[in-house]
Design a protein around this ligand. Structure first.
Ligand SMILES: Cc1cc2nc3c(=O)[nH]c(=O)nc-3n(C[C@H](O)[C@H](O)[C@H](O)COP(=O)(O)OP(=O)(O)OC[C@H]3O[C@@H](n4cnc5c(N)ncnc54)[C@H](O)[C@@H]3O)c2cc1C
Ligand code: FES
Ligand code: FES
Length: 1426
């Protein structure tokens, strides 16, 4: 019995004797090592924050295999003999950074930095693996990685801040085939100079040893060790089960023995472990006591090829299966294209770091047993695969179909291997006799499909499919005849993947006509029936239809196709690459017209024709979202970008694109976030117990029995609030929120108490077991909609100051208007912050009733106030410290406070440090988010498109507490006023509902206001059958109307840059040419439509008072404190620049030297008071202004000393000056409190964006082909930082308008509660071409060094994507309208150009608006016309 685990972390040997077998690598790294680079972002495999490099040594051939894994799902015990490298292991501040870190910093590719260590590891892994390939030596300074591989290197790693573009550029910068001019804005090339590889931090300057020598003998031992059981017990003996074991049998015989013996042990639960990735899906509490790792058994690792096909062992990982299948492709076997398509599809299953450990067997087992919506099961079913399984009694060979149909496997059933047949009988044309006796040549077609929010993996499919069909030509009449078919569908809400047998039977032996295809579709629709309760079921059925149509349509006789087709490659690289790939399917020549020639349609079996077809590609209309269509053996670059940034040095180093402060330590994982602070001695951990009911009395909370459980310490609730304290969890100027529910819970997700335990795991497990008994008798119904709030007059009051002003006389203007739209509606959904670091705090009790709270918060000062109120102590007893925040976006403002207060209360009660780091699910359930709004509008306009009157009513869902909700009316109107509506009136209701409180999220209210404005513009345009862009132009403000609408926020006429910005963008985006190309494209493509939309934004901001302190230390180094918090927005960078600039007044050219000496430090509410909020986009400029004032004080003190010294010496150094000042006892610390001038307490920001999208009418998928942004940053304080803000905000806006669905159930409980159900933009959903241009509006006397805000306003520009989608849908509806049949009414789909399109415009909404039955309707029209 082996008693220890041996492995390495960053080259250091680790030996572990006592560990719970369910311990993950991430838990170990974060609690038992100093390495904090691997972060917990989701704990379910969905974000990549925890990615590390895993290296394995093969003692037989001496090779080291390096691959990424997500440490949150990898079990530590599975790592015996392995080596782990975290980002710190690549490089660090002591040994020097790796070029990956340095380039991330130089390309400005990190903001909050929470995702960055994971990104670094993913990129590093791609680099070292590319360098192991046999290709020729790359040019000096580059790796063997290609651009297309580099773009995929970070697929699966989520980033909420940057918008990905700079990260992609960092990856590309290593590539042998990169065009250096293609790389984005960076700090390696000076302005105007082309980027030279020699200026980049050299690739491979530090050789990273991923597998240390000392571990090799250990590995050998492990390899030879046959009795591999590890008898490892739970740490500290805390767990109730002390004899948990980890067994690693190395043969089937051993495995069966272990299984048999474990089964014999009374009550022992056995867990078979392969990759363990399913623990990210099924987060069941760990009750098993015997873990059996089956990945060392040769029979389960086999990859065997013969004429019959390929056999793959159940423990082969998806990555290795892809490699094996790819090798088959290169063998040019007949079945190679089937294997290629399976491999390609597998390549978009989950993300790389999951595929590297997830096994085929594990996947099929959860598909069979747990109804997991697997892709692997569907594609293997489509390919006619079979499996071998081992039960305690026998070994069985079953078809996959039979296996899936059998009752769910028990824990004693093993999946041994999977066999995929070769279908080699189709290699040489086989001859069969046709019905009339003529000879037929048979060919095979095979295709796989999936539709998902992330096109290239990382999201479960709404539906997947794999189709195989034999096709032959009836020589007597030239007709194509279908032979046997396999039509497999899965993931749509069925128990497991299934074949549509009735459709297969119906089609077999038939030549396809539109009638027959239509009939087949009708039969299919009876079969695709998602289970009760499955969301989007109609959409899923329509996908099945679309995919079948896509597969079969090339075979249909008489299928009308557009006559001419556009050369797509001239228009957009990404799409043309899709088209090319599609043509690889062998259909390129097939869709030539009405006739179909088998010789040009060799399906998948003929490699040569497949190659020919590829060269012919680029000229067909492509539809469907076949898995293959995005993939290629030789993919081209998906992304292009351009940044036109104005750099000026008038106030140098302010205005220069200096690197963001601390980016290297963020990349290397050394930057300390709250959860990275080492736990103090005796630290305890907390997990919330929250209400499951929206409105109920809490009858009883049952937790006493849990207190006996090992590790559980206490339950903290409202009863523990000390005398003199208050049940308060948060507070804004509009009111308070309770910390814990008392007798009554008021929303699902409301904290009822905190379970405190010795570890986070114990706390969470026990919290989940607390039983709360509710009673709703005698209570009113909960308010779960704004309509119910209106009915019950449940509102928050909006103070007079926050009430927006109406403009003009609406009633009169409406009466005089040529046209009217009356009471039209639109709904705007919520959005969750999805900061990568969830809410977290650490509270440490101090002497004399004092407490220090480390909190990840944007509002330390308010946190201090609320903690003091809750504990009933003076504020000076409470010190709140925030160094950096791993993403805030408003969610770490008032929503962060309850976590800090709960920690403080528990620490106060137990007199021990207490920390909390919310799991992602709890965070999503409790935290709230952006305000959902229902709007009804009435608008009057003239025939020329001039709008003259607008009134709207808005019902804002504010949730349970006021938080910041009463500001919403003002901010909504602020953004909506970007157009001259003639007269404007409105009515707002800020509704109090039984939901978690909504709060400010990046551009709160403004995002919704801008959307409402554009919805109205689009509606007016559709009503007048005019182009929406021309309606926008018509209603853009003149300077005088701007004054009327915005009053004091308007500066002079020259500062109204919007018309110029719009003009510039029209020309830089080539709008007019592209409109023509789009029209041409739309007329030639039936199943894809495009549109472009160009629109403006106006955004009002109001700088707030803020403090700053600058202190010069003995050695001349400088410490700066500001009220604001570094949340990734670049505050510290701008403040550093400002300090250097202002102190630099003492020297003409000494700024750069001073820059190096400055450190901005954490915000500390006791050290610097009146810190205020970090919100509203203006914290950086206000903090800069405050620091500027403080520096001026120092300059005033130092200038005479310097003058004096200059009298005695020729040159005075900074150090000498500081020394002298010390000697003269000059106060070298200066404090300032900046308050904005009354005349500039608010100002307007301007920008515009043009986005072009392409929608797929079969799937509803949207591709953003290109976005161009022009934005007025004034004189940017740091163009690199502002560029990052613009791009990041825009991409967050894409998420809001098109992707992120915030769903609640009938109890008001948030059900979009993890990475599985809530999809933020990833690398595959950003614009394929992304250009940003700064518009410099010159000097503004009233601004801080003429700068303007950039943090929030650009988010609004993403409405352009929504509008472009609407335009494309209009085109789709035109097409739908054209399918005229006598039975149109029966189908009953609305084709009108006027339609409501809410947010988010997800795939299913797009498809619904394009016609869920568009295929049927098209076929019906063909039938009708023939
Ligand atoms: C973030 C994420 C995204 C994903 N996306 C997709 C997707 O889009 N499409 C898709 O198809 N899949 C997806 N998956 C699922 C993934 O493919 C499976 O989790 C994986 O294949 C399971 O393999 P594993 O080796 O980790 O199994 P494990 O988690 O180790 O095991 C899974 C279950 O099967 C049992 N088991 C494992 N091997 C055997 C065997 N040989 N015999 C008997 N029992 C066994 C285990 O006891 C366990 O109960 C995703 C997973 C994650 C975490
Ligand atoms: S924390 Fe592991 S993938 Fe998100
Ligand atoms: S920088 Fe990527 S999540 Fe913040």
């Amino acid at each position: 019995m082996k008693q220890r685990l041996v492995f390495a972390v960053n080259g250091e040997k680790k030996e572990v004797f006592n560990i719970h077998p369910s311990t993950t690598l991430l838990e170990f790294l974060r609690t038992e090592t100093p390495y904090k680079g691997a972060k917990l972002g989701c704990g379910e495999g969905g974000c990549g924050a925890c990615v590390v490099l895993l290296s394995k040594y093969n003692p037989v051939n001496g090779d080291v295999e390096d691959f990424t894994v997500n440490s949150c799902l990898t079990l530590l015990c599975s790592l015996d003999g392995c080596s782990i490298t975290t980002s710190e292991g690549l490089g660090n501040c002591r040994d020097g950074y790796h070029s990956v870190h340095q380039r991330i910093a130089g390309f400005h590719a990190s903001q909050c930095g929470f995702c960055t260590p994971g990104m670094s590891i993913s990129l590093f892994s791609a680099l070292i693996n590319a360098d192991k390939t046999s290709g020729s030596k790359p040019p000096n300074g580059f790796s063997k990685l290609t651009v297309s591989e580099a773009e995929r290197a970070i697929a699966g790693n989520l980033c909420r801040c940057t918008g990905y573009r700079p990260i992609i550029d960092t990856c590309k910068s290593f590539c042998r085939d990169v065009d250096m001019e293609d790389l984005g804005f960076n700090s390696f090339s000076k302005k105007g100079e082309p980027l030279d590889v020699n200026k980049l931090p050299p690739y491979n300057q530090h050789k990273v040893c991923t597998f240390p020598e000392f571990l090799k003998p250990e590995t050998k031992l492990t390899y030879e060790f046959s009795e591999r059981n590890l008898n490892l017990v739970d740490k500290n003996g805390m767990d109730e089960l002390r004899d948990r074991t980890w067994a690693s049998p190395s043969s089937m015989r051993e495995l069966l023995n272990v299984l048999a013996s474990e089964a014999n042990e009374n009550g022992a639960q056995v867990k078979i472990v392969a990759g363990n990735t399913s623990s990210g899906i099924y987060k069941r509490p760990e009750t098993c006591c015997r873990f059996i790792d089956i990945r060392h058994i040769p029979e389960l690792l086999v990859i065997r090829r013969d004429d019959l096909g390929i056999e793959i062992g159940a423990c082969v990982t998806i990555s290795k299966a892809i490699k094996a299948l790819d090798e088959e492709v290169s063998l040019e076997a007949a079945s190679s294209l089937i294997f290629e398509k399976i491999a390609n599809h597998m390549n978009i299953v989950a993300s790389k770091f999951i595929r590297n450990t997830a096994t085929l067997g594990g996947n099929l087992i959860i598909a069979q047993r747990d109804e997991f919506p697997s892709d692997i099961a569907t594609i293997l079913l489509g390919a006619g695969s079979s499996v071998t399984i081992q039960t305690p009694r026998e070994t069985l060979s079953l078809t996959l179909e039979e296996f899936l149909e059998t009752p769910p496997c028990d824990s004693q059933t093993l999946l041994i291997s999977i066999q995929i047949p070769s279908w080699n009988q189709f290699h040489s044309p086989s001859k069969t006799n046709g019905r009339n006796g003529s000879e037929r040549e048979k060919r095979l077609m095979f295709e796989t499909y999936r539709a998902a929010p992330y096109p290239l993996g990382g999201a479960l499919a709404y539906l997947n499919a794999a189709f195989m069909a034999e096709v032959s030509v009836d020589e007597s009449n030239g007709d194509l005849v279908l032979g046997s078919l396999r039509l497999a569908f899965g993931a749509y809400g069925t128990r497991h993947a299934m074949r549509a047998k009735k459709v297969e039977e119906f089609l077999e032996g038939k030549s396809l006509t539109p009638e027959i295809l239509l009939e087949a579709i009708q039969i299919l629709k009876m079969f695709i029936f998602p289970k009760e309760g499955i969301r989007k079921s109609g959409y899923r059925s329509s996908l099945a239809v679309g995919f079948l149509f896509d597969f079969l349509s090339p075979l249909v006789k008489g299928l009308a196709e557009p006559k001419q087709r556009l050369k797509l490659e001239e228009h957009d690289l990404f799409v043309s690459s899709k088209i090319q790939n599609k043509s690889q399917n062998g259909y390129t020549n097939a869709v030539k017209g009405d006739s179909f020639d088998i010789k040009h349609h060799n399906g998948v079996t003929n490699c040569n024709s497949h190659k020919e077809a590829t060269t012919n590609g680029g000229s067909i209309s492509v539809h469907g979202q076949s898995a293959q269509s995005y993939l290629s053996k030789k993919p081209t670059s998906f992304f292009r970008s351009m940044q036109m940034v104005e750099v000026h040095g008038d106030y140098g180093p302010v205005g220069l694109p200096t690197k963001k402060v601390a980016t290297e330590i963020q990349a290397s994982g050394e930057a300390i976030y709250v959860d990275d602070i080492p736990s103090p001695k005796d630290c305890l951990y907390g997990a919330f117990v929250y209400s499951q009911k929206p409105f109920a009395s809490v009858k009883h909370i049952e937790f006493d029995s849990l207190m006996e459980s090992p590790g559980v310490v206490s339950f903290v609730s409202v009863k523990d609030i000390p005398k003199g304290g208050e049940n308060i969890g948060s507070e804004s100027i509009f009111g308070k929120e309770t910390l814990f529910a008392d007798d009554l819970t008021e929303y699902a997700g409301q904290p009822i108490g905190v379970l405190i335990a010795e570890t986070q795991k114990h706390a969470k497990r026990a919290a989940d077991q607390v039983k709360v008994y509710y009673d709703t008798s005698g209570l009113r119904q909960p308010i779960l909609s704004v309509e119910e709030a209106v009915a019950q007059s449940s509102f928050f009051e909006v103070p007079e100051f926050f009430c927006p002003k109406q403009v003009g006389d609406f009633s009169k203007a409406l009466a005089e208007a040529d046209h009217k739209i009356l009471s039209s509606k639109v709904e705007i959904g919520s959005q969750y912050y999805f900061y990568m670091e969830t809410q977290t705090a650490l509270a440490i009790p101090d002497e004399d009733n004092c407490i220090t709270v480390y909190s990840s918060t944007q509002v330390p000062e308010t946190t201090q106030v609320v903690v003091a109120k809750c504990l009933g102590v003076p504020e000076h007893n409470v010190r709140v410290i925030t160094r950096r925040v791993g993403g805030g976006f408003g969610g770490k403002a008032f929503r962060s406070i309850p976590v800090a207060v709960a920690c403080a209360l528990a620490a106060h009660k137990l007199r021990r440090p207490v920390r909390m780091y919310l799991d992602r699910q709890t965070d999503m359930i409790m935290t709230g988010g952006r305000h959902p709004i229902k709007v009804t509008y009435t608008v009057g306009f003239n025939s020329d498109g001039k709008i003259t009157a607008l009134h709207f009513d808005a019902l804002i869902d504010a949730g349970i507490s006021p938080d910041t909700s009463p500001i919403m009316p003002k901010t909504i109107v602020n953004a909506l006023k970007k157009y001259n509506w003639g007269s404007l009136s409105f009515d707002f209701k800020v509704c109090k509902t039984n939901f978690p409180s909504k709060s400010a999220m990046r551009a709160p209210g403004d995002a919704q206001g801008s959307f409402i404005a554009e919805t109205i513009i689009e509606h007016v345009a559709s009503s007048l059958s005019m182009d929406a862009n021309s309606i926008r132009e018509k209603n853009l403000h003149t300077f005088s109307s701007l004054n009327l609408f915005y009053g004091d926020s308007v500066e002079n006429a020259a500062s109204y840059t919007l018309p110029l910005i719009m003009d510039k963008l029209v020309s830089s985006s080539c709008l007019n040419q592209r409109i023509q190309t789009i029209q041409q494209f739309n007329s030639m493509n039936r199943w894809k439509k495009r549109e472009i939309s160009l629109l403006p934004i106006i955004y009002e901001v109001s700088p707030r008072p803020t403090p700053g302190r600058v202190s010069i230390l003995n050695d001349g180094s400088i410490v700066v404190e500001v009220g604001g918090v570094e949340i990734g927005q670049g505050l510290w960078t701008k403040v550093t620049q400002m300090t250097a600039f202002t102190l630099g007044q003492l020297w003409k050219k000494g700024n750069e030297e001073i820059l190096e000496k400055i450190r901005v430090v954490q915000s500390d509410t006791i050290s610097l008071v009146q810190g205020g909020y970090t919100a509203g986009s203006t914290t950086s400029e206000s903090s800069c202004a405050a620091v500027g004032l403080a520096c001026n004080i120092l300059v005033e003190r130092l200038a005479p000393i310097k003058a004096n010294l200059l009298g005695k010496m020729q040159l005075v150094s900074w150090d000498a000056l500081v020394r002298q000042a010390h000697m003269q006892a000059v106060n070298l610390s200066a404090n300032a409190y900046w308050t904005p001038d009354m005349s500039s307490s608010s100002y307007l920001n301007f920008g515009a964006a043009a986005s072009e999208v392409e929608i797929d009418l079969l799937t509803g998928a949207t591709t953003i082909l290109r976005t161009d942004i022009t934005y007025d940053c004034g004189r940017s304080l740091n163009p690199a930082v502002d560029l990052g803000q613009i791009e990041g905000a825009f991409v967050q806006g894409i998420g809001f308008f098109t992707l992120e669905e915030h769903v609640v159930n009938s109890e008001g409980m948030v059900v979009s509660d993890g990475t599985w159900t809530y999809k933020i933009p990833n690398i595959d959903t950003i614009p394929k071409q992304f250009n940003v241009e700064f518009f410099s509006s010159g000097h503004h006397k009233k601004r801080v060094l003429s700068s303007k805000a950039s943090g929030e306003p650009p988010l609004l520009l993403a409405v352009s994507v929504h509008c472009a989608m609407r335009g494309a849908i209009k085109e789709a509806r035109k097409e739908l309208q054209s399918y005229k049949t006598s039975s149109n009414e029966q189908i009953g789909e609305d084709c009108s150009a006027i339609f409501r399109m809410d947010t988010p415009a997800t795939m299913d909404l797009v498809k619904r608006l394009c016609g869920l039955e568009n295929v049927e309707r098209y076929l019906q029209s063909l039938v009708h016309h023939h």
